[in-house]
Write a new protein. Structure first.
Length: 278
C-alpha cells in the first residue's frame, strides 16, 4: 500500500498534521475524521481517490499528530474547527472542494456546506450523522471517550479498538493493526494509550448545542450522499429519512453490516464514495 505525505501547517494558531495523497492533482477532497480518530482512518479510501484527486486528511486539533488546545473550552468546538478548516484550505490553495466527513467530520461538513463554504463545496458526503444527536448514543460515546484507558502492550490496545469500533464493520487484521499503530502514543510511564486529548469531550458540555444544525442542513445546495450504518444508534432511520425530506439534494445509502460508522474501507463502500465524488 502507498503511504501518504505528511505535512504540518498552522491553522487557527495550532500546528495541524495533514496526510496528503495524490499531490499534484488539481481537484481536492478533504476527509475529516470522527470525534477521537485521526486522518489515517481514510488510508484505503484516500489511496483509491488519489488516482484522480488530491486528498487532504487532517488530524483535528487534539488528535493524532496535531497540537493540543491550550484553551479547550474555546478550541474544541465547531466554531474553532471551522477556522482550522478555512486555514487548511488556504494553506493548500484550495478554492473549490469535495468533503468526506465521518461522524464529527460529517457534522462539521454540514456546518461548512450550509454556511461559510456554501458556494465552494461541490459535493458533500456525510457518514452516519445527522443535524442532531440522540442522547443515548451521546452517553455511550462519552462513557469511553472522556477517560481513555492505558495498556501494557500493542496487542491489548488493538483488542480494545476491535471491541469499541466493532460497529465499523468488516476490517482485516492488517487494518486493525494499522488503526492501533496510527492512533496510539506512549504515556510518561511507558504504557500505551490513544492519541487524543481527553479534553476534546468538553465540546459536549461547553457547547451543548454544537450538533444542532437543522437550519444549516436545509441551507446546503451541494449534492449530498448520506451514508447510514444499518444498525447505527447515532443516526436513527427516521432521522435519515427526514434529512432527505428536508434537503432534496440528498441521496441516502444504507450500509449493510455496519453500525456507527461505516469504515469506508471495503470495495462496495469505496466504489460508492468514489462514484459520488467523481
Amino acid at each position: 500500500m502507498m503511504l501518504p505525505q505528511s505535512h504540518y501547517v498552522f491553522c487557527a494558531g495550532r500546528e495541524i498534521h495533514v496526510s496528503v495523497w495524490g499531490e499534484g492533482n488539481p481537484e481536492t477532497v478533504v476527509c475529516w475524521h470522527g470525534l477521537v480518530r485521526t486522518g489515517r482512518d481514510f488510508d484505503i479510501l484516500a489511496e483509491h481517490l488519489s488516482r484522480r484527486f488530491r486528498v487532504l486528511c487532517p488530524d483535528a486539533p487534539g488528535r493524532g499528530l496535531s497540537q493540543w488546545a491550550e484553551e479547550p473550552a474555546a478550541e474544541y468546538c465547531f466554531t474553532a474547527y471551522q477556522r482550522v478548516a478555512l486555514d487548511l484550505l488556504a494553506a493548500f490553495a484550495v478554492d473549490r472542494l469535495r468533503w468526506v466527513g465521518s461522524s464529527m467530520g460529517g457534522a462539521l461538513g454540514i456546518r461548512l456546506a450550509g454556511g461559510v463554504l456554501k458556494d465552494r463545496m461541490e459535493r458533500l458526503l456525510v457518514n452516519d450523522i445527522g443535524p442532531q444527536l440522540p442522547p443515548p448514543a451521546v452517553e455511550r460515546i462519552l462513557a469511553y471517550v472522556g477517560n481513555p484507558p492505558a495498556f501494557d502492550s500493542m496487542a491489548e490496545l488493538e483488542a480494545y479498538l476491535r471491541l469499541v469500533y466493532k460497529p465499523y464493520g468488516a476490517m482485516t487484521d492488517g487494518e486493525w493493526r494499522r488503526m492501533a499503530e496510527t492512533s496510539c502514543r506512549r504515556r510518561d510511564d511507558g504504557r500505551l494509550t490513544l492519541h487524543y486529548d481527553p479534553a476534546v469531550i468538553r465540546q459536549f458540555s461547553d457547547h451543548p448545542r454544537d450538533y444542532d444544525q437543522w437550519p444549516g442542513w436545509e441551507a446546503i445546495t451541494a449534492p449530498v450522499l448520506l451514508l447510514r450504518g444499518e444498525s447505527s444508534d447515532l443516526l436513527p432511520p427516521d432521522w435519515a429519512a427526514e434529512m432527505t425530506r428536508r434537503n432534496s439534494r440528498t441521496r441516502l445509502l444504507e450500509v449493510k453490516g455496519c453500525g456507527h460508522a461505516p469504515a469506508l474501507n471495503v470495495p462496495e463502500q469505496v466504489d460508492a464514495v468514489a462514484s459520488f465524488l467523481e
